[in-house]
Write a protein that binds this ligand. Structure first.
Ligand SMILES: CC1=C(CCC(=O)O)c2cc3nc(cc4[nH]c(cc5[nH]c(cc1n2)c(C)c5CCC(=O)O)c(CCC(=O)O)c4C)C(CCC(=O)O)=C3C
Ligand SMILES: [Fe+2]
Length: 342
């Protein structure tokens, strides 16, 4: 196909103390997240002066992608829009329309399927198009959890911090409600597409590093306590490893593409404090977003559409997520779970 722009679609994060509460309200609107949890998360953001690193990291990644596109002779302006904070995707799509963009590709900053990681970005695209007269067509790029460039960048990040001696490699991704994981992917596939993709990406990175043993755990759960979410939690898992005699952990945040707040708080603060208290050595691998191979990955995903490049993937677990104008990529794929209080 012909494309005349690329839209970098991300989560968004606050840029000042006064932004934090309205940002959190945008994130959790209609989701049944208890106010106590919001107070707790607000404190994490305020601990960093009300500024999430996510927007600056996205801007740096966009600059790297613009340079990589240019180096390959691809003339594609890159626009930036978010689900939950400025620049809001609705405003960005309005700007694209005003600039005369007709057929844009969309890169969502998530490697995975599932409602929060994939279909909700489709909803963002549909909402933005509805709000903008003469909005461009928006074709969302696919999941890249097992793309060789994503795996190679994550593996090098693990190697860069792994100690010389024995250690346990622990992969972590954002927890989601068990019901949401069950609903992830088209029903005929049996669900659990999100956790299966996370497990597969983790295995590929562990193999690339040659780690003798690894675990996949979850972080940053929210929601009411009586609703089951994917477990174990990273902090509980560090305790369990300690009880088993493990003395060193390397944590790889495979579920995230950048060092945003849930990485710098939940891992670099909470998980690290737990390991310190237990006398365990703790290292956290970088996320792949700042690696030059990440920009190359985005260019490759673009070329799958603009130049018929064949998709590279290292596993048999399906990569979906490619959708036009926010239509779900398959019937009943990653349907939003029923939420308490709605
Ligand atoms: C799967 C997944 C990803 C990975 C895929 C992707 O990247 O899209 C992700 C990313 C992120 N999550 C983020 C922040 C938050 N997520 C929350 C809440 C939730 N996340 C969920 C899932 C995910 N989240 C879910 C099921 C909820 C419960 C509410 C709901 O059902 O929607 C809340 C509300 C408070 C709380 O409850 O913790 C916040 C503040 C930030 C930005 C951090 C920054 O500012 O730097 C990023 C990149
Ligand atoms: Fe989240």
């Amino acid at each position: 196909m012909m494309a005349d722009a690329l839209l970098w679609l991300s989560f968004g994060g606050p840029e000042s103390p006064a932004d934090v509460r309205p940002f959190l309200e945008n994130v959790t609107r209609g989701r049944g997240v208890p106010p106590e949890r919001l107070d707790e998360v607000e404190a994490h953001y305020q601990h960093f002066g009300g500024v999430s690193p996510i927007n600056a990291l996205n801007k740096a990644a966009i600059a790297a992608v613009e340079a990589a596109l240019k180096a390959e002779g691809i003339d594609l302006p890159v626009y930036f829009g978010n689900r939950n904070w400025h620049p809001m995707v609705e405003d960005t799509v309005a700007r694209m329309a005003a600039d005369g963009v007709r057929d844009a590709l969309v890169f969502p900053t998530s490697a995975y399927g599932g409602y929060s990681a994939c279909r909700q970005y489709d909803e963002d695209i549909a909402r933005a198009r509805e709000a903008v007269p003469d909005a461009p067509d928006l074709l969302k790029l696919r999941h890249f959890f097992d793309h060789p460039l994503f795996i190679a960048a994550a593996a090098d990040a693990v190697r860069a911090v792994a100690p010389d001696g024995d250690y346990r490699l622990v992969f972590t991704a954002h927890s989601i409600p068990e019901s949401a994981d069950k609903a992830a992917g088209p029903p005929e596939e049996g669900g659990h597409r999100y956790s299966r993709q996370v497990v597969e990406a983790s295995r590929l990175v562990a193999d690339a590093v040659g780690a003798p043993a690894h675990d996949v755990v979850w972080q940053s759960r929210s929601g009411p306590p009586q609703v089951p979410w994917l477990e174990p939690d990273i902090v509980d898992h560090i305790e369990a490893l300690h009880a088993d005699g493990v003395t060193a952990v390397v944590v790889c945040p495979i579920g995230f593409v950048s060092d945003h707040l849930e990485v710098v708080w939940d891992l670099d603060t909470e998980a690290r404090e737990k390991a310190d208290a237990l006398g365990m050595s703790f290292a956290r691998a970088a996320t792949p977003g700042a690696d030059p191979r990440f920009a190359e990955l985005v260019v490759e995903l673009v070329r799958e559409h603009t130049a018929g490049a064949s998709p590279r993937k290292l596993s048999a677990v399906p990569s979906a997520g490619c959708s036009l104008n926010g239509a779900p990529c398959a019937i009943s794929c990653c349907e939003p779970a029923r939420r308490p209080g709605r």
